[in-house]
Design a protein around this ligand. Structure first.
Ligand SMILES: Nc1nc2c(ncn2[C@@H]2O[C@H](COP(=O)(O)OP(=O)(O)O)[C@@H](O)[C@H]2O)c(=O)[nH]1
Ligand SMILES: Nc1ncnc2c1ncn2[C@@H]1O[C@H](COP(=O)(O)OP(=O)(O)O)[C@@H](O)[C@H]1O
Length: 402
């Protein structure tokens, strides 16, 4: 709490060209959204600027300290900020790596609203801007012992460059061959509960007496490598992912019979008798929910393993029927160190040079934000660029940047 800073007394919008709701100082930028002003920036030791966030509530006339979720952007040599509608602020860092210059501060997205309910305080969240779109993740579910892991392993072995596994967190103990960070992140319940509270999880559920959950980072690191993410989660998790902003394809694996399921579980030999009985009891409910809930796009019958695997490949377009499947490598963008940022009709105009100089409106780069994948925690995908020139007829596209 405290007085508004000197620059706030001025109208932050007033002196700005092109309708940019941005007030830039050497180390702070202010953006007005609704009755709040978000001041982004802070400590500046001349070589590196840290991007903190302060919020001023104009109606109450006081500063509020929001809970800031997500990974904060690293330091930079300066930054600009523009509002994207009422729910997000685009922050463009100067002097950063091509894959690290665009960030979104979510102030009123679906994710932020959900987190606000959980925390009972004002919440805002950082999300990294990423060019292009990730392939839809594949969510696989089904009762314990049905063959989910076996099918996923086959897919990852045959297509190592196309798929990556979402490594879940769990409070259960590792099995003999399981490695921490590879099969699961094995963790303490208290640590996992704290991370859930901090908004780090896309979904979580209590399954067979243990806590399991998919962290936002687990899914995003796979997409960052240009791979399609595979999730192995239970039916409760499927419901949560369905309700989230992650658009995925949902597949339920069913066994030929309960007897065969029991046989497979026992033959795997990884559980105690008590755990096997618990898994079999839960399997009945999971099968009922899986087969009747309408949460699944596909149901695969895993009787003969090889046949089931071929059907899985077919529905993922990997049987050669829809051309070669290719990995979509993420791309960055090289921004000039000196640039200015404005927004016109859903397009962010990043101009080289300073707005005052005659050179200012050469080599414009337009970032089209109309197809942003909004509200996704962790990363905001769908950013795209083209180089444009300004003619008497307006903006002319010279070159679409691939
Ligand atoms: N909701 C949710 N379920 C998970 C997650 N990771 C694993 N599961 C589910 O937890 C259940 C138990 O998994 P696991 O202990 O590996 O045993 P298994 O299914 O017998 O191999 C399975 O139904 C998994 O699909 C997760 O991150 N979230
Ligand atoms: N179609 C199948 N026929 C026979 N055994 C199978 C089949 N699919 C998987 N299995 C075996 O069943 C056991 C359980 O499979 P697993 O992939 O660990 O299941 P889940 O990950 O669903 O718990 C493993 O020993 C696996 O080799």
């Amino acid at each position: 709490m405290g007085e508004a800073p000197a620059f706030y007394a001025e109208d932050p919008q007033k002196e700005l060209p092109n309708g940019i709701a941005l007030k830039s100082r050497s180390c702070e930028a202010a953006v007005d959204i609704g009755d709040k002003t978000y001041v982004i920036g802070g400590a500046d030791d001349e070589s590196a600027l840290s991007l903190g966030v302060r919020t001023f509530d104009k109606s109450a006339g006081q500063w509020i300290n929001p809970t800031v979720l997500g990974t904060k952007p690293g330091t930079c040599k300066g930054h600009s900020a523009v509002p994207l509608g009422q729910d997000r602020i685009l922050v463009v860092k100067k002097g950063s790596n091509p894959d690290d210059c665009l960030w979104l501060l979510e102030v009123d997205t679906h994710y932020v609203r959900e987190q606000r309910k959980l925390h009972g305080t004002k919440v805002i969240a950082w999300s990294k801007g990423v060019r292009g779109n990730a392939e839809k993740p594949v969510v696989i579910s089904g009762p314990s012992g049905v063959g989910k892991g076996t099918l996923i392993n086959k897919l990852m072995e045959e297509f190592p460059s196309l798929f990556g596994f979402s490594v879940s967190h769990t409070t259960r103990a590792p099995r003999g061959m399981e490695k921490d960070g590879v099969h699961y992140h094995f963790t303490q319940k208290s640590v996992m509960e704290r991370d859930i509270k901090d908004g780090k999880f896309l979904e979580f559920a209590s399954v067979h007496g243990n806590l399991y959950g998919t962290s936002i980072e687990a899914v995003e690191v796979v997409a960052d490598k240009g791979k399609r993410c595979i999730l192995d989660i239970d039916v409760q998790g499927v419901r949560s992912v369905r309700a989230s902003s992650l658009k995925a394809i949902f597949i339920f694996i069913r066994p030929p019979s309960m007897e065969e399921l029991e046989k497979r579980l026992r033959a795997r030999g990884t559980e105690t008798e008590e755990q096997i009985l618990k898994r079999l009891r839960n399997a009945k409910a999971e099968l009922e929910q899986g087969l009747s809930s309408g949460h699944f796009d596909h149901i695969l019958y895993n009787d003969n393993l090889e046949e089931c695997y071929q059907r899985l490949k077919k529905l993922l377009g990997l049987d050669g029927s829809s051309g070669p499947a290719v990995q979509s490598l993420p791309r960055g963008i090289n921004l000039p160190l000196e640039h200015s940022v404005s927004i016109i009709d859903n397009k962010i105009i990043i101009s080289s040079g300073s707005p005052e100089s005659d050179e200012a409106f050469k080599n414009l780069i337009v970032l089209d934000v109309s197809s942003l994948k909004g509200g996704a925690p962790g990363r905001t995908r769908g950013l795209d660029f083209c180089e444009v020139d300004q003619s008497s007829e307006g903006l002319e596209v010279i070159n679409k940047l691939s």
